[in-house]
Design a protein around this ligand. Structure first.
Ligand code: ATP
Ligand code: MG
Length: 416
């Protein structure tokens, strides 16, 4: 029969040999986010297409080119390309605005984007992220950035660049967009086809373009002057100054990148990205920012919010491979009844233990034990007759014989 293989380019199995690394970064997320008062939320993998069209924005690449959309019972559904829109939908639907602010949520799980698969870019990938609702003050922006940095440090990533920028508010941004369009008008025909569309629909996104010819235009002195101008209104300026002040107090190093606008339509004021020099061209591990208008746009009450998302595959590729833990013990015996009893008692006591189900020869079982476990628990007929057990430390090749009722305590004292 023909072999069935994964049909989709850009999808991957996460194999048992890799799973310890996944558990490591997932457990660290649970710990770091819980310590900061966040609760995990799990929303559906598919949602109404309209949620993303409205929530992510129909001028974004995600919505225009990258969504997996399908029809079911005459409804258009989409596999989530990101999780902010889903979390906001859930926040509104479950009346979480009635909870006292801030409402702090975190999530992890698969996302789906129809992109060209390449190193660091898959079509099904995973993100871990947070969303915080209800705080308009710059403290929330700094808290989100510091949470991201703390988490990355916790999993051993210290050598990362934090880039921040402010996009202002809808009012001051309008003025900036106008100026940007004005100064770019003479170059319109030289911009890439995508940027030509963005010019009308979403001129800020022009700055996000990765095409070399476009990037060169943004380096021209008169264009650069507009890009690097401090266009924001006094309130937005003060907000950004406070974010920077808090980051300084927290000793978080950052650079201000005036070209950082982020791909999504919903951001205002602070946006940020965290990048690694060890990732090649797909070098962003984290992206986030403030999105004060999204909850209202999706039908909720006016609620300020901040959030970020990290690409978990990129995190995994940066951390040292986590070693699979060996079993604590492996029972070596040809007496299956006694073995079954012992294994069950030890597992219930929280000891990681396995055994041979086929009653192979002692020597074969011992060989297997030394591959898989730290200790061999030897139950020969002599030991069974005397209520004893021999414990062999497989790393040091030392062996002791104990009374069977002393075993649990002995193993715990060995700090397995
Ligand atoms: P990029 O500019 O790399 O396309 P993005 O702006 O589309 O990034 P976000 O939507 O901000 O990315 O997602 C946050 C993080 O998720 C990214 O920084 C990255 O680490 C990860 N990510 C995004 N798309 C993919 C993908 N297709 N495969 C793997 N990881 C991804
Ligand atoms: Mg993208």
């Amino acid at each position: 029969m023909a072999k069935i293989i994964t049909v989709q380019k850009g999808t991957k199995d996460i194999l048992p040999t890799e799973i310890d690394s996944w558990h490591f970064i997932e457990n660290a997320a649970n710990e770091v986010f819980s310590n900061a008062g966040y609760k995990e939320i799990r929303t559906p993998i598919f949602e109404a297409t309209e949620l993303f069209a409205r929530g992510v924005g129909d001028t974004t690449d995600i919505v225009n080119k990258e969504m997996y959309t399908f029809e079911k019972s005459e409804r258009s559904l989409t596999l989530r390309p990101e999780n902010t829109a889903g979390v906001v939908r859930s926040y509104i639907e479950n009346g979480m605005h009635r909870l006292s602010a801030p409402v702090k949520l975190w999530y992890k799980g698969p996302m789906f984007r129809y992109e060209r698969p390449q190193a660091g870019r898959q079509r099904q990938f995973h993100q871990v992220g947070m969303e915080m609702f209800g705080i308009a003050q710059p403290t929330a922006d700094a808290e989100a950035i510091s949470l991201a940095v703390n988490y990355l440090n916790k999993i051993g990533l210290n050598d990362l660049d934090v880039e921040i920028n402010t996009l202002g508010c809808p009012t001051c941004r309008e003025e900036y967009k106008k100026k940007l369009k004005e100064v770019l008008k003479p170059y319109l025909s030289e911009l890439c086809p995508d940027c030509q569309k963005r010019y009308e629909k979403n001129p800020l996104r022009l700055l996000d373009c990765k095409v070399e010819e476009c990037k060169a235009i943004y380096e021209k002195p008169e264009v650069k002057k507009v890009i690097t101008s401090d266009f924001v209104c006094p309130e937005c300026h003060e907000h950004f100054e406070s974010v920077k002040r808090y980051l300084n107090i927290l000793k978080i190093k950052y650079t201000v990148n005036k070209l950082l606008v982020r791909g999504l339509d919903y951001y205002n004021r602070t946006v940020f990205e965290i990048k690694s020099n060890n990732l090649g061209s797909q070098n962003a591990v984290c992206g986030g920012g403030r999105y004060d208008s999204l909850v209202k746009n999706l039908g909720g009450e006016d609620t300020p919010a901040v959030g970020f998302a990290m690409g978990m595959e990129r995190l995994i590729s940066l951390i040292p491979k986590q070693n699979e833990n060996k079993l604590d013990a492996y029972v070596v015996s040809t007496n299956i009844e006694e073995t079954l009893k012992l294994v069950s008692t030890l597992r219930n006591a929280g000891i990681k233990v396995d055994f041979d189900m086929t009653s192979k020869k002692f020597t074969k079982q011992l060989e297997k034990a030394s591959k898989l476990a730290k200790y061999a628990l030897i139950l020969g007929e002599d030991e069974i007759a005397n209520g004893k057990i021999s414990v062999k430390n497989l790393e040091k090749s030392e062996q002791v014989t104990l009374k069977i009722n002393e075993l649990k305590e002995y193993l715990f004292n060995c700090q397995i």
